[in-house]
Write a protein that binds this ligand. Sequence first.
Ligand code: GAP
Length: 472
Amino acid sequence: MSNRVDLDTLTKFARRKGFVYPGSEIYGGLANTWDYGNLGVLLKQNIKQTWKQHFIYSRTDMKELDAGILMNQRVWEASGHTETFADALVDDKNTKHRFRADHLIEEQLGIDIEGKTGPEITEIIRSNNLKNPLTGKEGDWTEARYMNLMFETNRDKINPQNPDTRIYLRPETAQGIFVQFKNIVQTERAKLPFGVGQIGKAFRNEITPGNFIFRVVEFEQMEIEYFIKPPQNDDGWNTIFEEWLKSQENFLTYKMGFDPENFQHKEHSQEKLSHYSKRTVDLDFNFSFGFSELTGLAYRTDFDLKQHQEHSKQKIEYTDPSNGEKTIPHVIEPTVGMDRLFLAVMTEHYKEEQLENDTRIVLGLPYDLAPYKLAVLPLMKKDGLKEKGEKIFRDLRSQGIMCDYDEAGSIGKRYRRQDENGTPWCMAIDYQTMEDNTVTLRHRDTMEQIRIPHEKLNEYLNQEKYNSLTNK
Ligand code: GAP
């Protein structure tokens, strides 16, 4: 953990470079909301595209969906969220600090309070004289109260308490896939086993959000529901479960470029499993504040489809085309939070390198993730170098190569700016370029420079993409 960039440094770096800005800043902010700037948008887009390529497009058994954020409120009754998607919270009356009761108790007593009522939790906290972790002093604790994490609004503006028009912002993307299961099977003529992947926003009114973009109230999820025949025995689902776990690990290692030492399995104990799950394994990542959940993998059985069948009174079955047998499929769900993965990518690849006279900050992103693949840097603004550089820049952009252009300051400063952006190559345009159309390429990681004919550029970029995937 010691070689990890600390969160404060990373937050300031992300803001200074325009990866992530604090939300609503000119109005004093809005706690735990963040906006992605230009580089952040590009990095996010590349992470999503890499996720899709790995989990969806490189396979032949996957479909996609983009469901709405707003759904009929009965969806959340069926899924169990209205009833059980709640955390118990307590306030310290001395300081007005608010905490999640389960975190407080687990940290100080090592006890799991899953399933305990509000009064039972209050009793545990008060009888053990728990401390306020922010002051280190014993707290004067309120009663523990459960708070549902779903944000809600109401379509009826005249009577906003009208329960029939209540509407929730979805707390997970998964339910959209279950609700559309019938349509997907029909229109795609999908045969088991098959999966549906989706990227989209989810909202949770977290009691204690924080740690930069680790726990936020508005975030994106990248989720897959992989439907299988009802298994005859545990092997029937566990083999597929293990395959997905391996695929998640491969994604983190080979596509996100993470050192395998920086993530580890966390198998949920039977008592800690969510109401819908028979087995859950998280991959915890070595964030600067310690190992914490990055991805999840759950065997949700046929819980969700059965619930929706019961609540909607519609048959949600799959008909086996080979024998006409009707069943309700079971499901395995690999999921990851986009924003959390973004933080993990920044944490893993941010490096401060001690050089002879100063420190170089490098964001050593794999080629596919880098916001810019190349930066065009004319050595001078005069003698036609600027115009030449601008032309190359425009041509590359129109060919679909995402690159940057920078003519401000010394070439050394410009290299450093691109090192911080994570740009693998810088292309310097100098007087020789004007004579023989050769350019200098300087590599981010080695800082080595080579001179190549301009028309060979694509070859070098392709080689870089290839190396970045195979070096791991
Ligand atoms: N459909 C299953 C599901 O939603 P989850 O473990 O509650 O499972 C999945 O969420 C992933 O979403 C987590 O592994 C995490 O990466 C991300 N996530 C959950 N809550 C989050 C929050 N408040 N802020 C950022 N990411 C979050």
